[in-house]
Design a protein around this ligand. Structure first.
Ligand SMILES: Cc1cc2nc3c(=O)[nH]c(=O)nc-3n(C[C@H](O)[C@H](O)[C@H](O)COP(=O)(O)OP(=O)(O)OC[C@H]3O[C@@H](n4cnc5c(N)ncnc54)[C@H](O)[C@@H]3O)c2cc1C
Length: 425
């Protein structure tokens, strides 16, 4: 039996795609990364995923797990020819909400927005929210440890995960879906899979924490401010539900690129979007508008930047007391190109988007990431390393840390069949 026949035996012929049918799975959301694959396969159950992995082992074919394919660092499409894309689109089962325990089990192919609606129908909420919610999946967000706009309130994806079920690179299934709030029996395999970007196994389901819904009477305000320091001063207030930042030129771009009216009377160096349960406290020297629709000026930033072509996307974070310094230093680092900056204020997480640089010019990325590392920051705050950042991982991880990561990879995936080229090279 050849590989395609073995895959068809595992999942049914209709769920093995090749040629034109496979094409949408081979290019990432940004159209920055394109790959080739022997096939795209869509298992519908954990046992089918295990059968797919066994078929790939027999054929010596490496695999790339793919969820919603909204990843921004090239990790969800084949990094080299000969791979099999394993799409989780049919692993979309949502279990019943356990209201007492405030938990739910979700298949890895469940879209974040569907999980949010499922939780809301039971009077609860899912703590992770991000602009890609309609397409990004539970498995993808677990595999990248996605952040988003509610980290300030509920923490990142890691903080929601009570356990995962996954198929490892040798086809074995490890399952931890009991949802025990306390469990200290040995290594945290689920925790290891969170943020592993498909390099250790394919997550098939996750047991997730649910939270109280956001208060109905919350206030959303967009404020123009003189500086990042003024913006940071707004973080210290009760019942903060969101705190996002947009630096001047990025606000101009989202308005001009998407035809949105400028939201405030004047232009300011820095804009902050705050959501609070009560009335937010603002700086004396600011200009503000209260309206939930101001979310579009933050949430549509990625879309606005995409109108400039394929930009260099960096997703960094520094300690809060270095954020002002970073924002001031960035224009020198991205010169002679144009840069746009927005992000998640409370975590010091900035998305730095450089337009005009040739796609292959890694120098500009290096200048920015070295600057971030010199301030004690990370080269990836929430998007992951993918294939885009492998070269820079050593800026924020020591040789000892990298060596330990490699030993974990070698132990669980000695033949490097799970997402080769991603995270560690
Ligand atoms: C408009 C827009 C806004 C965004 N905003 C945010 C944001 O605020 N915060 C944020 O963190 N990210 C954001 N992202 C990035 C992206 O949505 C996240 O990285 C998301 O977690 C990816 O989920 P996905 O299902 O699309 O995964 P994919 O893109 O399909 O995959 C991402 C990575 O996870 C791996 N993977 C996917 N599924 C599995 C699985 N079941 N098991 C093992 N590995 C798997 C893939 O191999 C790949 O390495 C945004 C993207 C867009 C397009």
């Amino acid at each position: 039996m050849n590989l395609l026949q073995a895959l068809a035996a595992a999942v049914g012929e209709a769920n093995v795609l090749t040629g034109e049918a496979a094409a949408p799975y081979l290019t990432d959301w940004r159209k920055r990364y394109r790959g080739r694959a022997q096939a795209v396969v869509r298992p519908g159950a954990t046992a089918e995923v295990a059968a797919v992995v066994r078929a790939c082992i027999a054929a010596r074919a490496p695999m790339v797990p793919q969820g919603g394919n909204t990843g921004l660092v090239g990790g969800s499409v084949p990094s080299r020819p000969g791979l099999v894309v394993v799409s989780t689109s049919r692993l979309d089962r949502l279990g019943p909400v356990d209201r007492q325990a405030r938990q739910v089990t979700a298949g890895s192919g469940v879209r974040v927005a569907d999980l949010q609606r499922h939780a809301a129908a039971a009077g609860l909420a899912y703590g992770v929210d991000l602009a890609s919610r309609d397409t990004a999946t539970v498995g993808g967000t677990v595999a990248t440890n996605a952040g988003g706009i509610r980290v300030v309130r509920h923490g990142d994806t890691r903080a929601q995960v009570l356990g995962v079920e996954a198929v490892l690179a040798d086809g074995t299934v490890v399952s931890d879906l009991a949802g025990l709030p306390k469990d200290s029996a040995g290594y945290d395999l689920s925790g290891l899979l969170v943020g592993s970007e498909g390099t250790l196994g394919l997550v098939t389901a996750a047991r997730l924490r649910l939270v109280e819904p956001l208060p109905a009477g919350r206030t959303t305000v967009l404020a123009g401010l003189r500086s990042v320091v003024d913006a940071l001063g707004l973080l210290d207030q009760p019942d903060l539900l969101a705190a996002e930042v947009v630096v001047g030129p990025a606000m101009d771009l989202v308005c001009s690129a998407l035809g949105l009216p400028f939201p405030l009377a004047d232009r300011w160096p820095v804009y902050v979007l705050l959501e609070t349960a009560g009335t937010p406290r603002l700086a004396a020297d600011s200009d503000a508008v209260v309206d939930p629709r101001v979310w579009q000026y933050r949430e549509r930033q990625t879309e606005a930047v995409a109108t400039l072509g394929v930009v260099h996307k960096l997703d960094v974070a520094v300690p809060l007391d270095r954020l002002d310094e970073l924002v001031a230093a960035l224009p020198d680092a991205w010169a002679p190109y144009d840069g746009y900056v927005f992000g998640h204020l409370a975590e010091g997480n900035l998305h730095v988007e450089v337009a005009g640089a040739p796609p292959g010019d890694a120098d500009v990325d290096g200048r920015i990431l070295r600057l971030v590392a010199s301030m004690g920051g990370t080269v990836s705050a929430e998007h992951g390393v993918g294939t885009a950042k492998t070269e820079w991982l050593g800026l924020c991880r020591s040789p000892a840390q990298l060596a330990a990561m490699r030993r974990i990879k070698d132990a669980l995936d000695p033949d490097h069949r799970m997402n080769p080229g991603v995270l560690l090279v």
